[in-house]
Design a protein around this ligand. Structure first.
Ligand SMILES: *Cc1c(COP(=O)(O)O)cnc(C)c1O
Length: 448
């Protein structure tokens, strides 16, 4: 049972089919180019798009906008220390700002960073330092439908192979992303975190946890890892994060806020080095690109994220959406992860070759059919990589209800019913940086 009620609402409307057709054409068959007002159910991302609580709104009013020594920053530090267990906090405007601060401090030209799977902004920031981002996922992560409680884990076998290949000296940083966002939001076990921490210590690397979804991960651990079935979400979060030397965090995820982020560490000299870089790129180290009120909302959000009532409802929402889709025979990635349901576009449109972007075709059809906006994470978003053609339906926190999810599932089922007649897409124009293609490229239907 949901443990909250709505006391503020926002109107949404489903544009007519003719208007949706026109909007899609105007957007160049890229849903990033749609006006949000033209979208009925927006599952593009769960990043900063959730609903804040009354406590968070109340805290906003208390925002101390002092340039230096803001009391709002002190409250954020207290929350990070209480919830995550780290005494030093270096604020940033959002997660990628924190990544720039931390990886710019730790990495240089020719280095290698290991990660269970680099999230796209992490990969870009590692590469931006002249370092090489290498993924070490467990093999089952890439297989939609394979069984496994912790398909987000870091493969130590992979990690040691890279050490043999390039030498430990070239690997100053080992990262673990929890949950593993780029691997369908699959969770990571505490046991795996312990072993990765040992591995990092053995090769004398700094062990970083990308903690964006630490609370969702902790909830999965309480369900699936025998040692922790009696434990609270709070206790698991503290235990798991406690193995890291440093954290990078986006407040837009498990900070339950619309903006914000930070680096946290228990190493005072690393914190000092990061503070210098935050002054350069983000702002003075007692605000780092956030307003005082942003920091207040984030401080409250971090504490709410580890309440079992909140996070069990969150995970159950994702499961509800997946169940409704599966009831209608829509092919989904299983088991479902922490923040989104992933549709298997290859299975939806077996007649479309990879070159015609079956995932993007599915994204466009979901919008055309029901005003639903998802995002492609297959060969359109990741050119030249061999990935399954997935479409992500990310669920904003505390925002939609079962009726909305029923509409999404009915929409997907209606698309599947006419799957044979769906045509592929080709790229009409694209930006210069291939890694950023899916944000702004324009497409057109492949003529029959
Ligand atoms: C969202 C995210 C980031 C980047 O955070 P932003 O706030 O979007 O800049 C980094 N790592 C992971 C795993 C994320 O999910």
């Amino acid at each position: 049972m949901v443990q909250y009620k709505a006391t503020m609402v926002e109107r949404i409307t489903l544009p007519s089919r003719a208007d949706r057709e026109r909007a899609l054409e105007r957007a160049g068959y890229n849903v990033f180019n749609l006006d949000a007002d033209d979208v009925f159910i927006d599952l593009l991302t769960d990043s900063g798009t959730g609903t804040m609580s009354n406590e968070q709104w109340a805290a906003l009013i208390r925002g101390d906008e002092s340039y230096a020594g803001s009391s709002s920053f002190a409250r954020l530090e207290d929350a990070v220390s209480d919830v995550m267990g780290f005494p030093h906090v270096v604020p940033a405007h959002q997660g990628r700002g924190a990544e720039n601060v931390l990886y710019g401090t730790l990495l240089g030209e020719g280095d290698v960073a290991l990660n269970n799977t680099h999230f796209d902004t992490t990969r870009a920031h590692v590469a931006n330092q002249g370092a090489d981002p290498v993924d070490c996922p467990v093999p089952e992560a890439a297989e939609p439908g394979s069984a496994g409680d912790f398909k987000g884990n870091f493969s130590l076998e992979n990690g040691w192979e890279v050490v043999e290949e390039v030498g430990a000296d070239r690997i100053p940083v080992v990262i673990q992303t929890i949950t593993n966002n780029s691997a369908a939001g699959q969770p990571v076990s505490v046991e795996n975190t312990r072993r990765v921490a040992e591995f990092a210590a053995e090769i004398d690397a700094t062990f970083v946890i990308d903690a964006c979804r630490f609370a969702e991960n902790a909830y999965f651990v309480t369900e699936r890892e025998a040692e922790f079935v009696e434990a609270s979400v709070t206790a698991v979060a503290r235990e798991q994060l406690g193995y890291a030397d440093a954290l990078v965090m986006s407040g837009k995820k498990d900070g339950l806020s619309n903006i914000g982020g930070f680096v946290a560490t228990d190493d005072p000299s690393l914190a000092d080095a990061c503070k210098q870089r935050t002054i350069l790129y983000e702002g003075f180290p007692t605000y780092g690109g956030m307003t005082g009120r942003d920091m207040e909302a984030l401080a409250v959000g971090l504490r709410e994220a580890v309440e079992r009532e909140y996070v069990s409802d969150r995970i159950n929402q994702i499961r509800t959406l997946a169940d409704l889709l599966e009831d209608r025979d829509v092919p989904v990635y299983t088991p479902t992860g922490g923040h989104a349901v992933y549709l298997d576009a290859d299975a939806c449109f077996p007649h479309l070759p990879a070159g015609e972007f079956p995932g993007q075709a599915l994204v466009c059809e979901l919008y055309r059919e029901g005003g639903v906006r998802g995002v492609e994470l297959g060969s359109f978003a990741f050119p030249d990589t061999d990935r399954p053609e997935l479409v992500r339906l990310a669920v904003p926190r505390r925002t939609y209800h079962r009726e909305h999810f029923e509409h999404v599932a009915d929409t997907a089922a209606a698309v599947l019913e006419r799957a044979d007649s769906v045509t592929g897409l080709s790229i009409r124009s694209e930006p210069e940086i291939p890694e950023l293609r899916h944000f702004s490229a324009e497409l057109e239907p492949v003529s029959a």
